[in-house]
Design a protein around this ligand. Structure first.
Ligand code: PMP
Length: 383
């Protein structure tokens, strides 16, 4: 199968996290909401401990952390959960970008059908939306601004810090989808003035199927987000359903590990990126990098190999590495990446672009060897 280089899609679970989770599956039998016996009390204790680990990584309070099944659900709750508040206040304008994850874009599209007006800000060619393009759209009836911190396809960091500063004293909620930055841009996230934040465990060595929504209190009050499912009062009704104790522990433990390791992880990832760029330069192949590397995270490279179809490249390199492109592909149609399209990259270049993403645990020499194979294959595919 070769080497896994698709960490932005999902990262492998950290062995230490897995061990902690297995221990919970074996030894913690209760439902964290059972009040009638000590099994429930123990389950509640481990859940609350994990909540503290998540809160501490973001420098928020424990009672601002709500467990969900992941960032898709958190994003849905943020937007759909504001419907009632929007009815009360008449605020029906949403500002977002055209390069968000589908969990935001498709929720926005559904809300447009309900009478909401959504402004989608396009990024520039460098992969960043301009601060002015976002804040100039804010108006009296703006309900929420929802912007991703780091784009999953390009790794480009968006100006959420500046946007947060601008919105801090306005009656407009600010949500960031921090799925690709959580546990990585740890210091930066602590400084951003957001009201709501979405994230997911499986991007930081935690298990799939668990994440959190952070709702930050303003003047001691939570944002007026309501749960979007009926069925229980777990997580204060924001996310009803039995709390998956072992998954929550996996998320919490992954947080406490990256809290100690994020700087070292970033350094390792940056070294891999520099090596990949050097290999590209030395190979003589014609390529271009999508997105400005000065505002890019260290674990992502979106690269266009001139004249090389990304689909052909991915197929022909399957034995060396697992990489991806952002296309929406099904048997009937091929749609080039909407993120690269929104940046204004020509379609032929988009069709030749692949995303390579890695983590600190990726073996430097193995990555180098498989990347060299990839370049050799790419050279043979130049059309
Ligand atoms: N937002 C972003 C920016 C993402 O990259 C992803 C995962 N690819 C999600 C949301 C969805 O996360 P989850 O898999 O936890 O639903």
């Amino acid at each position: 199968m070769g080497i896994y280089l698709d960490f932005n899609s999902s990262s492998p679970i950290d062995e230490r996290v897995l061990t902690a989770m297995i221990d919970v599956y074996r030894n913690v039998a209760g439902n964290a909401d059972s009040r009638t016996h000590n099994f429930g009390v123990s389950a509640r204790q481990v859940v609350e401990n994990a909540r503290g680990e998540v809160a501490s990584l973001l420098n928020v309070n424990k009672d601002e952390v709500f467990f969900t099944s992941g960032a898709t659900e958190s994003n849905n709750i943020v937007l759909q959960g504001l419907k009632e508040y929007s009815e009360k206040t008449g605020k029906k304008h949403i500002i977002t970008t055209s390069i968000e994850h589908k969990a935001i874009i498709e929720t926005c599209k559904a809300m447009e059908k309900l009478g909401f007006e959504v402004s989608y800000v396009n990024p520039k060619l460098d992969g960043r939306v301009a601060y002015e393009d976002v804040v100039s759209l804010v108006r009296e009836d703006t309900l929420i601004v929802s912007i991703m911190h780091v784009n999953n396809e390009t790794g480009i960091i968006q100006p959420v810090k500046e946007i947060g500063e601008f919105l801090a004293d306005k009656e407009v909620y600010f949500h960031i989808d921090a799925t690709q930055s959580f546990g990585k841009l740890v210091d930066e996230l602590k400084q951003i003035k957001f009201d709501m934040l979405s994230m997911s465990a499986h991007k930081i060595g935690g298990p799939q199927g668990i994440g959190a929504l952070i709702l930050k209190k303003k003047r001691y009050k939570l944002p007026p987000v309501k749960g979007i499912m009926y069925g229980g009062q777990q997580e204060h009704g924001i996310r009803p359903g039995t709390i998956p104790v072992a998954l929550v522990v996996g998320l919490g433990y992954a947080c406490s590990l990256v809290a100690n390791e994020y700087r070292e992880n970033a350094d390792k990832c940056q070294k891999i990126k520099e090596m990949l760029l050097a290999e590209l330069d030395n190979s003589g192949i014609s390529y271009r990098i999508n997105g400005n590397q000065e505002c890019c995270v260290p674990n992502t490279l979106n690269v266009c190999f001139d004249g090389v179809s990304s689909e052909a490249l991915m197929l022909s390199t399957k034995q060396y590495c697992g990489i991806s492109n952002g296309s929406a592909c099904n048997s009937k149609s091929y749609e080039p990446s909407f993120v690269l399209s929104a940046m204004g990259i020509p379609v032929d270049q988009i069709e030749n672009s692949v995303r390579i993403s890695w983590g600190a645990e990726a073996d430097f020499e193995e990555v180098r060897a498989s990347f060299k194979e990839l370049i050799t294959v790419a050279k043979g595919l130049v059309f």
